[in-house]
Ligand binder design. Sequence first.
Ligand SMILES: CC(C)(COP(=O)(O)OP(=O)(O)OC[C@H]1O[C@@H](n2cnc3c(N)ncnc32)[C@H](O)[C@@H]1OP(=O)(O)O)[C@@H](O)C(=O)NCCC(=O)NCCS
Length: 186
Amino acid sequence: MLFDIRRYKPGDLAGLIALFRDTVRRINRRDYSHQQVMAWAPDEIDAQQWTRRFDNKAVWVADLNGMPVGFVDVARDGQIDMLYVHADHQGSGVASRLLRTVEASAAKRGLLRLFTEASITARPFFEHRGFRVIATQRVVRWAQEFVNYRMDKRLGDGAGTSEAVAARESTGPGFGEPGDKLRSRA
Ligand SMILES: CC(C)(COP(=O)(O)OP(=O)(O)OC[C@H]1O[C@@H](n2cnc3c(N)ncnc32)[C@H](O)[C@@H]1OP(=O)(O)O)[C@@H](O)C(=O)NCCC(=O)NCCS
């Protein structure tokens, strides 16, 4: 499959929201209940909130003939917030190329570590790409509780263990939505 990786532009927003909703409902549904995925990816998604979320982040889109087939966003500190691939284009290397783009950009900026809160669905992908699980946690949202995994990957020889770095950080939003309440249980 021939697709390009390019920077996000504002005209992508509606397409990325639709991709996100569809992927959560069709792909993450394998690992989460109907109630959970409907809370995670509801009919009404606040586009302005997504625009604000993308502020100050690097966002890349995998583009297949003008159609988005995946996207990733990463904050300056190395947190990958969202990584979603179109439900019809799973397993085609889209996420791998998006992640390689993130890693190349992080290396250029001298970042030592990438970290994320991976869904049950995405955990094997991240492990396959060199991330490791720091903690299993439960995220409460819209009266639903989700299991996800704090994971990281070191990019250089920076001082301090992953755990030490993680302990100094407040936990990020995860699942692509600000304001979740988090409880670590690992
Ligand atoms: C996780 C996700 C992003 C992976 O995207 P993808 O484009 O299908 O991944 P790729 O095709 O690049 O797969 C990359 C590698 O991971 C491996 N992989 C992917 N899923 C795997 C799984 N469930 N178990 C084991 N290996 C897996 C593949 O074998 C592949 O390895 P290879 O390149 O050596 O053959 C995609 O499944 C997705 O959109 N999931 C739902 C959204 C989600 O949960 N995002 C995270 C939110 S927290």
